[in-house]
Design a protein around this ligand. Structure first.
Ligand SMILES: [Zn+2]
Length: 399
């Protein structure tokens, strides 16, 4: 017979379940309550009790120092969860729990003193309440990517829910200048003079459709406020925060965005995405194609020949003066793959450039007082004024 110190354990004031959990890792196929009962019965027999009533269920009590009777309150917790999630669409959930730190500490000490075969009360609670919730809600427990995370604070009988965001991937085009990509951090400050943001144009429609609390746009790089984003559009992932709906007809959503933002912003290729893709989108660097309109007192031939000489070249760019107040001064090396004069429109020379991500195009044209080398202005030995700049292609699919 093993030397289970049931006598000593009983004096700790544990309920049958917490008693059984001390030996949770022994005897597969038993619940902790069954283990507890088995121990009590074994104990009664060992003491040779005769004619005495053995009632292990008498030890189920709210006063247990470890669980505090939390396992007897599943129905109440389940109703609280159901109420909190009433408005939310979800299929999967994950349960977490809080117990008093002293109780957890005490449980560790007791289990350690009795062979270290135990399991923590939190672990059992999360598992058992998870099963209870599956039955109660008709939803599925999911450890990896739950739609909602439920935390039961058994100390105060409070339930908290955190709804996972929905991510939607797409490409946006910005058809007008003067719109920033994302909202400005403080309303009324620097951004006040601009007409909204791509994030808001797309996000407000999505927020309405997904009935989310908020939204956040993660773009694959960004264009200047005064540059349009044309061509195949810029990849982005929109994060919908605490959405009440998760399944939405994305092609219908796309049409709705394009209808409501017509002439300013449009989107294509909306599909569901995930947090991992946010990281990939934010970190990826691809070549980009630009159209830049400049004013310079030079002939077509001079411009063509200057542009020819920077094709295939690495450009050295000290941090431009216009951004030097918010970025450290260093030299950036980026390659130009193509640079050609497309047309002349009166005083304007229209130039197309394909370059590495992060190439400063305006500076490549006007030279930034010699801080960018080589540059069109430097090669011509003339002043170059940039009149407009648009992104016309992002080469994320071709590479
Ligand atoms: Zn207990």
């Amino acid at each position: 017979m093993h030397d289970y110190d049931v006598e000593g354990l009983l004096s700790q004031g544990l309920c049958t379940r917490c008693l059984g959990r001390v030996y949770a890792l022994l005897g597969h196929g038993l619940t902790n309550v069954e283990r507890g009962k088995a121990l009590l019965i074994l104990h009664a027999f060992e003491r040779g009790l005769c004619g005495e009533r053995v009632d292990p269920s008498a030890l189920h009590r709210d006063s247990c120092d470890i669980c505090g009777g939390a396992f007897t309150r599943f129905s109440m917790y389940a109703e609280m969860v159901e109420e909190k999630l009433r408005d939310y669409e979800y299929e999967t959930f994950l349960v977490g729990s809080r117990f008093p730190e002293e109780a957890l500490q005490r449980e560790r000490e007791i289990q350690e003193a009795h062979g270290g075969h135990g399991e923590s009360v939190k672990r059992e609670f999360n598992r058992e309440f998870g099963k209870h919730l599956e039955a109660h809600l008709g939803k599925r427990a999911d450890m990896k990517r739950p739609h909602v995370t439920i935390t039961v604070d058994t100390r105060y009988d409070i339930v908290r829910v955190a709804v996972a965001p929905v991510f939607v991937y797409g490409r946006y085009r910005k058809l007008v200048r003067g719109i920033s990509q994302t909202r400005w951090p403080c309303p009324g400050c620097e951004g006040g003079k601009y007409g909204g943001s791509v994030e808001e144009y797309i996000g407000e429609v999505m927020k309405e459709v997904f009935r989310s609390d908020d939204y956040r746009l993660h773009g694959m790089g960004r264009e200047d406020v005064d540059a349009r984003m044309l061509g195949n559009g810029r990849p982005f992932v929109m994060e919908l925060i605490s959405p009440r709906r998760r399944t939405v007809d994305l092609s219908e959503l796309e049409r709705e965005i394009n209808r409501r933002c017509a002439g300013r912003v449009d989107v294509t290729g909306l599909r569901y995405s995930n947090r991992g893709e946010v990281q990939r989108v934010k970190e990826s660097r691809h070549r980009k194609g630009y159209e830049v309109g400049v004013e310079v007192d030079a002939s077509d031939e001079e411009i063509r020949s200057a542009l020819k000489s920077i094709e295939g070249k690495v450009i050295y760019q000290r941090t431009p003066l216009r951004v030097s107040h918010r970025r450290p001064d260093r030299v950036r090396e980026r390659k130009v793959y193509e640079a050609r004069l497309v047309k002349r429109e009166g005083p304007l020379a229209v130039i197309h450039v394909v370059g590495d991500a992060g190439l400063y195009i305006k500076e490549l044209m006007h030279g930034d007082g010699g801080r960018t080398n080589p540059s069109l202005a430097g090669l011509l030995g003339k002043d170059v004024k940039v009149k407009y700049l648009d992104v016309i292609w992002i080469y994320d699919q071709e590479e």
